[in-house]
Design a protein around this ligand. Structure first.
Ligand SMILES: Nc1nc2c(c(=O)[nH]1)N[C@H]1C(S)=C(S)[C@@H](COP(=O)(O)O)O[C@H]1N2
Ligand SMILES: [Mo]
Length: 361
């Protein structure tokens, strides 16, 4: 197993305790599968140091046969499955909303995302072994070993039963063929492809099938989406939208924001992601969104939950340029031009055109 934060020295650190960090965007765009060393870390509290040999997972609640499994039980009783999927924080690209008006939370650039090959067992197989009946009104609640910073409350969240039973939803013990690093949830985490990272608990301790969402503050108060007119003072979390599926998004990874370039042809590269739809088209502008050209896209048709890479070469003349990217999904939807319309006081789901100013000298 990799040691704590091993190789993470390249990351841009937003906070040390809890540890929150993201890769520089050229590292992020360097490989279709993001190395654990380059993978962003989002933690709400401590990073538990769990021993794989003594680890236990409890499955209880509305099940016929409650389970108490070791990691070895889990690995031997259930088929191993590998799914390539993006993990993305609901706060990814928050910095662009912060530029509109103050928001709470870390100012993530577009690096609070990564794409990995997750190996584990299907959550559905474990739930069926516990004898659930597939009543769509149910929820699957998770509890973890870490404590939310400055509280005694363990981290927890839930997903609707239908997504828990979906074939892509895993209890994962490996990432890109390596055991999970401590900061990514060793020895076992949930992976819910297409959903915001908050629904994929790390350091999983307990799974409870119940008739309502988790009562953990992460579920009831945080990760709720509001329109721009709602403030921290007026927000009623019971009226917020629970963030689950992530929106269509794209970002320019190269060149870097603020870069000084030589006049001539330059490659402009980045990623796009459409959650549970496919990215159908990516357009790039070098004049702030007046004129657009279609980028080449690269994706794995067998990995619908992975990201799409895109690239285009453009001639850049001397002066200031505002590069911009917008993606389109298979339903013909595209991203909003400006972050203002979807600005929210928590800075979630920042998905307007990504703009990068560069100087050509
Ligand atoms: N137990 C636990 N699970 C957690 C979190 C956490 O703080 N504790 N953070 C969540 C959030 S908000 C995100 S975005 C992802 C980040 O996963 P990563 O750190 O492996 O990239 O983990 C999720 N799972
Ligand atoms: Mo997150």
């Amino acid at each position: 197993m990799l040691g704590l934060f091993q190789g993470k020295d390249r990351l841009i650190v937003h906070g040390k305790a809890p540890y929150n960090a993201e890769p520089p965007l050229d590292r992020l765009r360097a490989a279709f599968l993001t190395d654990q060393a380059d993978f962003y870390v989002r933690s709400h509290g401590d990073i538990p140091d769990l021993d794989a040999d003594s680890y236990r997972l409890t499955v209880d609640g509305m099940v016929a046969v409650p389970l108490d499994l070791s990691l070895a039980d889990l690995k031997t009783r259930f088929a191993h499955v590998t799914v390539t999927a993006v993990m993305q924080c609901a706060g990814n690209r928050r910095a662009d909303m912060l530029a509109v008006a103050p928001v709470s939370g870390d100012p993530w650039a577009p690096g609070a995302i990564g794409n990995a090959e997750w190996t584990g067992v299907r959550l559905a197989d474990v739930l069926h072994a516990a004898g659930i009946d597939a009543d769509d009104e149910r929820h699957v609640a998770f509890e973890s070993h870490d404590r939310i910073a400055d509280t005694d409350t363990r981290f927890g969240a839930s997903i609707p039963l239908a997504k828990a039973l979906a074939p892509e939803t895993l209890l994962a013990f490996a990432m890109n063929g390596e055991p999970l690093a401590p900061e990514h949830g060793h020895p076992l985490r949930v992976v819910v492809p297409g959903f915001a990272g908050i629904r994929s608990p790390k350091w999983l301790a307990r799974i409870t099938v119940q008739d309502r969402p988790s009562d953990n503050p992460m579920q009831t108060d945080d990760y709720k989406l509001f329109p721009p007119d709602v403030t921290a003072e007026t927000a009623d979390p019971t009226h917020g939208l629970t963030i689950e599926a992530m929106p269509l998004n794209s970002a320019i990874c190269e060149p870097a924001r603020g870069a000084t370039l030589k006049a001539g042809r330059h490659a402009i590269r980045g990623y796009a992601i459409a959650s549970d739809r496919a990215v159908a088209r990516v357009d790039v502008s070098t004049d702030g969104g007046h004129n657009w050209a279609q980028a080449r896209i690269e994706r794995d048709p067998d990995a619908p939950y992975a990201w799409t890479f895109w690239e285009i070469e453009r001639e850049l003349t001397t002066g200031e340029h505002e590069l911009a990217v917008r993606a389109w999904d298979s339903a013909g939807q595209t991203q909003p031009a400006a972050p203002d319309d979807t600005w929210n006081y928590k800075g979630y789901l920042s998905a307007a055109w990504h703009r990068v100013r560069v100087t050509v000298a």
